[in-house]
Design a protein around this ligand. Structure first.
Ligand code: NDP
Length: 444
């Protein structure tokens, strides 16, 4: 007996109708896992390892009622998807955005299982959030929402059960309000969330970790072809946590970042961002058009994505499915040689096919953006040990972890002609440990 990709996807579609993002993630992973299982582990077919790994262990959906500044009642929906705990407690971020729905959180939780496994730290996979829109809300509204959200979530999480972190719309401020409410209810100062502030249990370098880790991974890709990142032109999308720290590290490494973007549009600065320009961008927040008033050589486009500009390296760092087939063709035709995902699943399935066909280096988010969860894992270790490590120590560990993830991808993704299929490498490398642990723990 052997597994068949089309039949498996038909099974997944029937079980998860209308969950397009989740099905996209399942297809992206199982396309590589099915040939691997058929060839190396046919005994895993009867054990229904794939059917089990795509089924969340638990999904919690709850009401979040709160009062806005006008004392009007607001109602949102909260979620936590506890996907897989075979190798450790559930771990994964919380996303606050009106776009949040179950399909998106299931895809993120599923990807998180493989990503966390790749870090080498014993962490299971989960994800959660709410359809709450933090944009335009006052600080007190954010606090009241976070307190109401945690008043239900607290009973489902714990330092050894499930440890959420931030994601889109959830930064240190939100983690602070969530942590404060958890502590008030439980009367327990414990590492139940990561991304905490540096004075109250947080790790140095957690804010920087995803963006820095992304560049460390890109460095490995270039070293592997005896090249360097210095001097390369980079297009980055997004203007949030991941995009900013990716830009900062790229500047440290001597590369030139020429775009950043948000939902208003794209800044193209042909002279490249500097640390001073980056500080100004942080000051203006979402108002990206203000940048071109100060820096006259730059232009702001409402109708062009970062992928429309010529570059050597493209780093999508905004959101899922932001880079489509047409964008991918444009990148390849203009000479881009490496695409590494800072965001989760920013490239569509069709875009990935274009990269693979052109044999350019494509590093999927589950490998390239794993630096964030890796330092979250280090934050948990520091909390358990009652310690706080120096920035240099955390940075050294982050580099080692990204290096090891790169090695794992090369080990499992190198094809006969020498091309490294990083997606295949990450899928198989992340899967083996989780599958073996699930099998060892019986049918649960
Ligand atoms: P932030 O909320 O800090 O920033 C997100 C940025 O992306 C904002 O500039 C936002 O613009 C932009 N953006 C979002 N949606 C769109 C869109 N449809 N079109 C154009 N721009 C858009 O989030 P993060 O930087 O933390 O996360 C970015 C990505 O990285 C997500 O996919 C996340 O899951 C992933 N990630 C994050 C990690 C972390 O440690 N933070 C870890 C691993 C992955 P605007 O403000 O206009 O909406």
């Amino acid at each position: 007996m052997s597994l068949n990709f089309e039949s498996f996807i038909a099974y997944a579609r029937a079980k998860n109708p209308n969950e397009s993002e989740f099905l996209q993630a399942v297809a992206e992973v199982t396309e590589d896992l099915i040939p691997y299982i058929n060839q190396k582990h046919p005994d895993w077919i009867d054990a229904k390892i794939l059917e089990r790994i795509i089924e969340p262990e638990r999904i919690i959906i709850f009401k979040v009622s709160w009062l806005n500044d006008q004392n009007q009642v607001q109602v949102n929906r909260g979620f936590r998807v506890q996907m897989n705990s075979a190798i450790g407690p559930y771990k994964g971020g919380l996303r606050f955005s009106p776009t949040v729905n179950l399909s998106i959180l299931k895809f993120l939780a599923f990807e998180q299982v493989f990503k966390n496994s790749l870090t080498g730290i014993p962490l299971g996979g989960g994800k959660g959030g709410s359809d709450f829109d933090p944009k335009g809300k006052s600080d007190m509204e954010i606090m009241r929402f976070c307190q109401s959200f945690m008043t239900e979530l607290y009973r489902h999480i714990g330092a050894e059960t499930d440890v959420p972190a931030g994601d889109i719309g959830v930064g240190e401020r939100e983690i602070g309000y969530l942590f404060g409410q958890y502590k008030r209810i439980q009367n327990n100062f414990t590492g139940v969330l990561t991304g905490k502030g540096k004075y109250w249990g947080g790790s140095y370098l957690r804010p920087e970790a995803t963006g820095y880790g992304l560049l460390y991974f890109v460095q490995c890709v270039f070293e592997n072809m005896d090249e360097e990142v210095a001097g390369k032109e980079i297009c980055i999308s997004g203007a949030g946590n991941v995009a900013y720290y990716a830009t900062e590290k790229a500047i440290h490494l001597g590369a030139k970042v020429i775009t950043l973007s948000n939902s208003l549009g794209t800044i193209h600065d042909p002279e490249g961002f500097t640390l001073e320009k980056l500080a100004y961008l942080k000051e203006i927040g979402r108002e990206l058009p203000k940048y071109v008033d100060r820096y006259k050589t730059a232009a702001f486009y409402t109708d062009r994505k970062p992928w429309h500009f010529k570059c050597d390296i493209a780093l999508p760092c905004a959101t899922q499915n932001e880079l489509n087939e047409e964008d991918a063709q444009l990148l390849v035709s203009q000479g881009c040689i490496c695409v590494a995902e800072g965001a989760n699943m920013p490239s569509t399935a069709e875009a990935i096919k274009v990269f693979h066909k052109a044999k350019i280096h494509f590093a999927p988010g589950k490998a390239a953006n794993a630096g964030g969860v890796a330092v979250s894992g280090l934050e948990m270790s520091q909390n358990w040990a009652g310690q706080q490590w120096s920035s240099d120590k955390v940075d050294g560990k982050l580099k080692t972890i990204m290096n090891n993830i790169h090695k794992t991808c090369v080990k499992h993704g190198k094809e006969e002609d020498g091309y490294i299929n990083y997606l295949k490498g990450a899928n198989i490398g992340g899967f083996i440990k989780v599958a073996e642990s699930m099998l060892a723990q019986g049918i649960v």
